[in-house]
Design a protein around this ligand. Structure first.
Ligand SMILES: Nc1ccn([C@@H]2O[C@H](COP(=O)(O)OP(=O)(O)OP(=O)(O)O)[C@@H](O)[C@H]2O)c(=O)n1
Ligand SMILES: C[C@](O)(CO)[C@H](O)COP(=O)(O)O
Length: 246
């Protein structure tokens, strides 16, 4: 069985969030913090040997105290974030246990996953070396400058990358060794510049990232509808033996 570590970056400033006076990974989403809902999709999997949450230095002490019971029960490691997403993920990568073969990075701000989507992207990464979830761009894309449209960007072959983004551990480590001055907005961009193949696995627009307060409100609505709306044989993370046909 392929083995995985999961890194959940949660060390951003949530500057676009402005809701509940909390950073988005710590906002209460229908009774549980966003980061907890994201982590839960992984901490009960037999193939996940380590779960790591990356938290900013400013939040670390508060986080450890607030979620002490959850962290212990779920066996989640904490690592200090950096001043960029890439730096935060790199800090998580540095503590991945030596025996683990694959590393999955999943935004702590993407709580709306199903077991099926995780199964699919994990399996694809184990087959090809690297894979991520994504969806084809559905809207027309415009370039804008000073409030004016300057061009239409063809959406042909364009996909919106999501997470989990899953890589052979040695590929991701080699990619970071060659990072140079690149400040990637996702981990795939780092691995792309090493020339390794990365597979795109068709996911769902329901696996959206909570960035703004509107996203948060939408997530609260989608949470209950997810199994039905996903059009998938959805398994609750804790009820693998109880699949529900959609
Ligand atoms: N230095 C950083 C920056 C971002 N992230 C994490 O990367 C994920 C995706 O980033 P984004 O949605 O941009 O989060 P923020 O950077 O917090 O958002 P904003 O740009 O609105 O400040 C988030 O879970 C965020 O916590 C991180 O761990 N460390
Ligand atoms: C990784 C990601 O979710 C893929 O779309 C996205 O790039 C994260 O961006 P952020 O600025 O770190 O939220």
């Amino acid at each position: 069985m392929a083995t995985f570590a999961v890194i959940l970056p949660a060390a951003g400033q949530s500057s676009r969030f402005q809701h509940q006076q909390r950073k988005k990974p710590f906002a209460d989403l229908k009774g549980r913090a966003v980061w907890l809902r994201s982590a839960e999709h992984f901490t009960n999997r037999d193939d996940v040997l380590q779960t790591i949450v990356v938290v900013s230095p400013d939040d670390e002490e508060w986080f450890k105290e607030k979620y002490a019971a959850n962290l212990a029960f779920m066996n989640v490691d904490i690592v200090t974030g950096g001043d960029s997403r890439a730096a935060s993920v790199k800090n998580g990568l540095a503590i991945v246990k030596p025996e683990i073969e694959y590393v999955a990075v999943h935004d702590a701000a993407r709580p709306l996953l199903t077991k099926q989507w995780v199964d699919q992207v994990f399996a694809k990464a184990a087959e090809t070396g690297a894979a991520l979830l994504g969806v084809p761009v559905a809207s027309t894309l415009k370039k804008v400058a000073d409030g004016q449209i300057t061009a239409t960007v063809s959406r042909e072959s364009l996909w919106e990358a999501q997470t989990p983004q899953v890589f052979r551990r040695d590929w991701l480590e080699a990619a970071y060794a060659k990072q140079g001055k690149l400040e990637p907005t996702d981990e795939a961009q780092l691995v792309e510049q090493t020339g390794k193949p990365i597979s795109m696995v068709a996911g769902s627009s329901l696996n959206f990232k909570i960035t703004t307060a509107d996203d948060f409100r939408l997530a609260a609505l989608a949470l209950d509808a997810l199994p039905k709306a996903a059009g998938l044989r959805a398994l609750h993370p804790f009820q693998d033996e109880d699949p529900r046909l959609i």
